[in-house]
Design a protein around this ligand. Sequence first.
Ligand SMILES: [Zn+2]
Length: 317
Amino acid sequence: MSRSGLVVSAFLVAGVVGTPAAFAGKSEKRVEKKADKKSDQKSDKKSDKKSSAATKSSKASGKKSGGGGGGGGKTATKTAKRDTKSGGKSARKGGASTRTLSRAVTARTKMDAGPTGFTWPPSQKMLDAEKACEARLDLAGVAWQPVERDGRMVAAIVSDMNFGGVRFMDAWGRKGPHKLDCQLAVALEAVGHDLYALGVREAHFASLYRWSNVRAFGKTVNVLSRHSYGLAMDVVSFRDAAGRAVNVAKDYPKKDALLLDIEKTINDSKKFRLLLTPRNDPTSHSDHYHFEAVSNYTAKAPEQAPPAVAEPDGDGE
Ligand SMILES: [Zn+2]
């Protein structure tokens, strides 16, 4: 593995997250079902034997939020274990892509994978940064409420999901609560105004918070996805002011002008460290746009804007 390049692209590591199977809430439902069947006690007991950060997180969230967090954590742990094994085998076999993937599951990669300034449990500095984030939401005029966090959300909030005049709606009609981290809300509020100007009125999301590891090239790697932090959203379709619906799976291949404009606008906003679309990830993102907010857990004051651009050094985010 040491022979492989040091660069694990941010795309590879972060690229990922929502496969089509994750949609319709299927994977989430499966996780929830599992959680219902297993007691927290069992989940936590098993977690004690593991040392991964993901497991520690699931314990923390399990204590706070009940079976959902614990069960999700268990699932992530099992997946990570399996992939670590397969990663080793792949490395011995060789092959460029598998070498790169095995690189992605090293302990070092895992530690580098979190958002800027992120530790778990959240440090006081991080909590202060989220206070600053919430102050920015207030300044933007977003009505929000704090809620109990899930997964690795630091400052979980709920709002009416109207950001910049665009209604972000659950594509499957699930009632929620649709929790998200403050930093995603700030990013959506900012880009929402730009999308509104394009004529966008609704964005239909298939997934928001979801306890999951990153998936890349059909493999799950031992890196938490940004969905687990409440920092990512998967949007499957948009609706414009005239009521026309544009669907990523159906209309992106036709080079739909609105979809392409939305893609460009989100990228130009610099509020998202990663936007995955059929263009840059046709394998895993042929049917949705995956938005990942730029996050910064070191901000000290409401006036301090988040960094304009994500670090390009492939630190695993
Ligand atoms: Zn996603």
